[in-house]
Design a protein around this ligand. Structure first.
Ligand code: GLN
Length: 486
């Protein structure tokens, strides 16, 4: 067993090596902890040692026992620093562990560390982290995407075999696309949100970031399920199994042409069109569809998500968690703590959300955005009466340069144009690598993501289609893998 083989192995392949006795679970963990300690991507905010990695892990957890996992720093982990990449949670060590993390530990997966992210998952580039951005292993002058950018960077850069992330408006799919890996946002409600630090509760969803589609299926099966601690969790009936399809015969793929126009890079569009041809080669049918209200999704999302965030973030008051900046009177303690603790994007969202929910404006903004959301749900219902899947590029561009979009929040928000409508509809979607493309300004080629969305709880069919396509595309992620550690 060479280090190179272990580095390149997927989660499932690593599990097979362990169960065949080629390598022990102890050796696998030692190898990965060594990789983590060489992190050149600012991918980890906290790194486990051997003892911490194994705390609470079932050493007899079944088929995936011994395959270690990186965890976005938005999941509460008992006794382990959990910051959501915010200064306001400095020093916070939760007294409990998120259900998702408990489930992966019960399945035998050690925790390698907690990954970098945009503060409270607000962002598309990782540049909103209070601890500096994580870097893209394909080109460390570029962003890994966000908000689960640390999770994507460590998987793509050979600093973890797989990772957990969260997706509210695209935060698993977009960084997976930027880093050349697979990212799955499951149906809202399929995985418990208990212990996941809340951003926008009606949208937040946990999901896997992996080297391939099979790993996404295996990890989803471990994560999904009803949890008495989250009344919105229902699980996926029958669970999920490893996909095996090699054809797409009889399946209809809807393309919302009107949405895929302006602002999209030529190289991204070219890889998207190539992938449509592959779908047809595999027997699938390409159908033009309309999503008449999807063009309003960004506007609705940036009212609804901040509205929910402004409520969720009111709990950080200097009393209950982490930072306390002043000990004068109570009111100034709240004010000074929140002023010191929150970064500019989080403050922007709290202001937007508080305004949208204020009496007198509630119906004009929040109420109207909710009505748009309902229309978008109806658009997808109509589409799925004609097609099995809806496909788009994952993002309009490849990974952009650090600093390129920080001056203008609106251009940053536009990078979610294809992911946000799906989040508002609550349906599942996966991003798989569709090849490489040059950025519009020129430069070395970078990964392009292809997004496939399916009706609620149709994860198995989604994974089968993604698997067949992935097998046909044969994406090579080795340039990314080489970029993570010195
Ligand atoms: N980029 C989007 C935002 O900033 C989505 C983030 C997410 O999915 N958590 O809100």
């Amino acid at each position: 067993m060479s280090d190179i083989e272990l580095l390149a192995a997927s989660g499932a392949e690593t599990a097979a090596m362990i169960s065949s006795g080629e390598i022990s679970a102890e050796e696998v963990l030692e190898f990965w902890l060594g990789r983590v300690s060489g992190d050149q991507l600012n991918g980890y905010l906290w790194k486990a040692d051997n003892e911490a990695a194994l705390a609470g892990v079932n050493v007899d957890g079944g088929a995936l026992t011994g395959v270690p996992l990186a965890i976005k720093d938005i999941f509460c982990t008992e006794g382990v620093p959990t910051t959501a990449a915010s200064k306001i949670l400095a020093g916070y060590r939760p007294p409990f562990t998120a259900t998702s993390v408990r489930n992966t530990a019960a399945a035998g997966m050690p925790m390698l560390g907690k990954t970098n992210m945009d503060e409270f998952a607000m962002g598309s580039s990782n540049e909103n982290s209070a601890f500096g951005p994580s870097l893209n292993p394909w080109d460390t002058g570029r962003v890994p995407g966000g908000s689960s950018g640390g999770s994507a960077a460590v998987v793509a850069g050979g600093l973890a075999p797989w990772a957990l992330g969260t997706d509210t408006g695209g935060s698993i799919r977009q960084p997976a696309g930027f880093c050349g890996i697979v990212g799955l946002k499951p149906t809202y409600g399929s995985i418990s949100r208990y212990g996941m630090i809340a951003f926008a509760s009606s949208l937040d969803q946990c999901g896997p970031l992996t080297r391939n589609v099979t790993d996404a299926a295996l990890l989803l099966d471990v994560l999904q399920g009803r949890d008495p601690c989250d009344s919105t969790s229902v699980g996926i009936e029958g669970g999920v199994s490893a996909p095996s399809a090699d054809r797409l015969d009889g399946l209809r793929f809807g393309v919302p042409r009107a949405l895929i126009g302006e602002g999209i890079e030529a190289g991204v569009l070219a890889r998207f069109e190539d992938t449509l041809i592959r779908i047809a080669d595999l027997g699938g049918e390409i159908v033009d569809i309309e999503l008449p209200h999807a063009g309003h999704a960004i506007s609705a999302y940036y009212v609804l998500a901040p509205a929910e965030a402004s409520t969720n973030l009111s709990r950080y008051d200097g009393v209950r968690y982490g930072l306390r900046s002043s000990d004068e009177d109570l009111l100034s303690m709240y004010e000074v703590t929140r002023d010191d603790g929150f970064g500019p994007e989080v403050k922007r969202r709290i202001m937007l959300g508080t305004y949208a929910l204020s009496s007198g404006y509630y119906d004009a903004y929040y109420g109207r955005a909710q009505r748009v959301r309902t229309r978008i749900v109806e658009d997808f219902n109509t589409a799925f009466s004609e097609v099995d899947f809806v496909v788009t590029p994952t993002s309009p561009t490849v990974a952009f340069k650090l600093g390129e979009k920080t001056a203008d929040p609106w251009t940053m928000y536009l990078s979610d144009v294809f992911t946000v409508p799906i989040s508002l509809a609550g349906i599942p979607a996966i991003s798989i690598p569709a090849g490489l493309a040059e950025p519009d300004g020129g430069g070395p080629e970078l990964p392009v993501g292809f997004q496939i969305a399916a009706p609620a709880f149709a994860e198995q069919g989604l994974l089968e289609a993604a698997y067949a396509l992935e097998t046909a595309i044969r994406f090579d992620g080795s340039a990314g893998l080489a970029g993570g550690a010195a």
